[in-house]
Design a protein around this ligand. Sequence first.
Ligand SMILES: [Zn+2]
Length: 190
Amino acid sequence: MEDAGGDSSGGGYGGMTVEACEGMIRKSLKLPMVKFLREKMEEAGCPVKERFFKATVCTDKVSGGYMTGKGVVVCSNHLTFQDEVNQVIIHELIHAYDDCRAANLNWTNCAHHACSEIRAAHLSGDCHFKRELLRGHTKLRGHEQECVKRRVQMSLANNPYCSGPSTAKNAMEAVWEICYNDTKPFDRAP
Ligand SMILES: [Zn+2]
C-alpha cells in the first residue's frame, strides 16, 4: 500500500541515491523494533528476507509502499534521513504483518485498508510528538490521534477503491475504535 510522503517527515523531498538508501535500509534492519516485527512475522509463517526491502526511485509522490507478494519499496528520491527510512520500514512492515495474519485481508476494501493504515501510523511512531513538531504541527492535546487520522487519509487517497467524497473518511471512522486499539504484535502502542 502506498503511503503519501508529502509530510512524512521534516525532510520533504530531498532525496538520495538508491545505493545510499540501500545502506540506510541495512541500518534500519538492525533496529530492535524491526527485528521484533520480523520475528513475529516468521512466527506467523511469513519470514521476511533482506531482499524483501527494495530501494527504488518512485514516480508517485510517496515515501514507500508495500505490495502483497512483492515486499516493501523505499523511495530513495523522496527520503533524506535515516529516521525517515526507519519510519517507512516499520510502517510498511506493519502492513506486511497485517497481510500475513489476516488471510482474508482485501486491500481493495477501503475499510480493510483503513484499518491497516490506522495501525501502521499509530504503531510505527509516525506521529510521535518530535516528528509532529518537525512537520510544524504543534498542538499538544489530542495531537497523536489527529496526526494518525491525517496520515490515514493521505494514504487512502492513493487507493482508487477509497475514492468518492467521503468514502475514505467514513471507512476510517467505521473501523477506528477497533483498529486503533489493536496493537498486535505489540502489547501496547510502542
Ligand atoms: Zn501505510
